[in-house]
Each structure stands twice: as structure tokens, then as C-alpha cells.
Design a protein around this ligand. Structure first.
Ligand code: PSU
Ligand code: MN
Length: 308
């Protein structure tokens, strides 16, 4: 079932062959989303959380041009600490593979490789989306395009207000992507449980998410599903507090002339600086929370199929 160009870790290959739950994890969050060494500690911890909850973790990255599905501790360390790891969205994949380089995969590239491996559940922190000012810049993350066409369910804590949340939700609707608020009527905004935008659909359990996955793909409707899992109350940074900080980071970015694929990594790093690390603590907390949910979804989905 898995594409011949992929290098599956033995544990991942065995789980997929046996129809056991597997959870894909991205690597841009490690290489370009958090500072070292918190990034490798987070990546290792999240793999452990997925395991504790009954699924096999498969962190996805490109190492020496090889498409790796499931990484060793040494490989995680390299991704977290090596300065020569390219941020790889779908358009970057062929170049990095052809040149034998290292690449950290975004949500879009991770979805594509997960689907090629036969993995249907993917956990991350935050999705890319329509950037503020996209009316002029056309900066819309390829994460959205990929959600429109690749059949993987993606657990995130919603979309940060470095993006235009309303336009991101509109675009997901246009692309035919179900957006499910987990236990919430409101779509969350990553650091905050609220965004001012309703969640288009609500579910209240991992089993309900698995039922939507099954229904969508059984109908032959290809494409992703967004599960928006609000950050736990005790970990959230209230929207008004983080809003001013995000505005400051956006202003700094414009002043420096940073745009394109550098925009998201710059903003994440700047927000960590301005908050004195508080945003990083919240980011790690929400990824842990998403890992627990993602494992439960993978378990429920694996258990809901017709046995072969
Ligand atoms: N949001 C985060 N942390 C991240 C990213 C987004 O809170 O690490 C990363 C993800 O890998 C996402 C990518 O897929 O940024 C989006 O980048 P771009 O906007 O350039 O498509
Ligand atoms: Mn972009």
C-alpha cells in the first residue's frame, strides 16, 4: 500500500501492515517552529504521548533526500539542531529529494507523505492559512490546497491570528474541507480558546471524529478534515493579550521586509521573544493536548473499519 520511495521505520511498517493505529507528526514545527533544545524535547515527548495512548508515532521528514516516515532519536536531534534543514512544503519536495538534502515538512508536505504511506491521522500545533493582507500579497499557505485534496485528518489547535482566521475558514469551505470543533462551538485561535468565529461543525469525541473520516472517505470525497482542538483553559493566553503581541510581531516583520516562506517561522520566533517564552510554553501544552486526541482518533478510526 505504501509508496516505494518512502523509507518506513520498522515499527511504522509493522503497524500499518497489521492495520494498527499510526499518527503522523510534522517536522517543520521542530526545525522552524520552536527553538533548540525545547523543540527536540517536545518532539520526543509527543511521540511518547502517542504511544501511551495506543498508537505508533511516525514523525515525517526528509533526510539526505530520503523520505522518512518514522525517525530515530538521533534523526530527531539532527532536525532540531542542524542549521541546514530546509522548510519543505509540497512545492519544495522534489528539489530537496533530487539534491539529497535535509528537509523539515510542513503540514502540507507531511499530509502528502502520510497519505502516500497509508496514514490517515496527523497531529500538529497550528495550521497555515490565509495570511493577513493576502488580498495584496496572495500569501495563502499550501496547507489549505493540500487539505482540499489529500485524505488525512489533521488535529490542530486552530489557526493563529498571525493569519486572517475568517478568510482561512472561508477558503476551507470553498475547498470542501470539514472543520470540526472538538467539544467547542467556537473555532480556536491556537494560543486562545476563542477566535470570534464559530466552529463550522461540532463533535464531542474521538469516535465522532472517526465516524466523519469514515463517512467522508467511504463516499469517495477525497481531501482532508480539520479537527480544531482548543488549548486547555489553564494553558491559554487570552486573545486580547496575545493580540497586541501578534500585531507587534507583524509590524516588526513588515519593517524587516520578511515575507514568503520565512514569514511564519519569523513570527513564531518573534512572539516567543516578545512573550519571554510564555508563547512557547502554551505552544508545547497545546501540542501535547493534540497528541492525546490524535492518538485516540487513530485508535477509533482503526477500530471502525470493516476487517479485511
Ligand atoms: N504554525 C505554527 N507552528 C508551525 C507552523 C505553523 O504554529 O510550525 C508551520 C507548519 O509546518 C505549517 C507551516 O504547515 O508553518 C505553514 O507555513 P506556510 O505559511 O509558509 O505555508
Ligand atoms: Mn506562504
Amino acid at each position: 500500500m505504501s509508496h516505494p520511495s518512502l523509507h518506513l521505520a520498522p515499527e511504522v511498517a509493522d503497524a500499518l501492515a497489521a492495520g494498527q493505529p499510526v499518527v503522523a507528526l510534522e517536522s517543520t514545527i521542530i526545525s522552524h517552529g520552536m527553538p533548540y533544545p525545547q523543540n527536540v524535547a517536545m518532539a520526543t515527548e509527543v511521540e511518547g504521548i502517542v504511544r501511551e495512548h495506543g498508537a505508533v508515532p511516525a514523525t515525517i521528514a526528509i533526510l539526505d533526500g530520503r523520505l522518512c516516515i518514522g525517525l530515530s532519536p538521533d534523526q530527531l536531534e539532527l532536525l532540531a539542531s542542524d542549521g541546514n534543514v530546509t522548510k519543505v512544503s509540497v512545492r519544495d519536495l522534489p528539489y530537496v529529494v533530487a539534491r539529497g538534502q535535509h528537509g523539515a515538512t510542513t503540514v502540507a508536505a507531511t499530509m502528502r507523505l502520510a497519505a502516500m504511506a497509508g496514514i490517515r491521522t496527523f497531529v500538529t500545533g497550528g495550521l497555515g492559512g490565509v495570511h493577513r493582507g493576502a488580498q495584496q500579497t496572495f500569501d495563502i499557505s499550501a496547507d489549505l490546497t493540500e487539505l482540499g485534496q489529500t485524505s488525512v485528518a489533521v488535529v490542530s489547535a486552530g489557526v493563529k491570528s498571525i493569519l486572517d482566521i475568517g478568510l482561512t475558514l472561508e477558503t476551507l469551505e470553498t475547498l470542501g474541507v470539514p472543520v470540526l470543533g472538538l467539544g467547542s462551538d467556537e473555532f480556536p485561535s491556537f494560543y486562545s480558546r476563542s477566535s470570534g468565529h464559530p466552529a463550522p461543525m461540532r463533535v464531542d469525541s474521538a469516535a465522532e471524529v472517526a465516524a466523519v473520516m469514515r463517512a467522508k472517505w467511504d463516499l469517495g470525497i477525497e481531501g482532508g478534515i480539520v479537527i480544531a482542538n482548543p488549548i486547555p483553559l489553564e494553558d491559554e493566553i487570552p486573545a486580547d493579550e496575545i493580540g497586541a503581541i501578534i500585531d507587534q510581531a507583524l509590524g516588526d516583520m513588515d519593517a524587516l521586509g520578511i515575507r514568503g516562506k520565512e514569514a511564519t517561522p519569523y513570527l513564531l520566533g518573534r512572539i516567543v521573544e516578545i512573550t519571554g517564552g510564555a508563547s512557547l510554553t502554551a505552544n508545547i501544552a497545546l501540542v501535547r493536548h493534540n497528541a492525546r486526541l490524535g492518538a485516540a482518533i487513530a485508535v477509533a478510526y482503526a477500530g471502525s473499519g470493516t476487517p479485511a
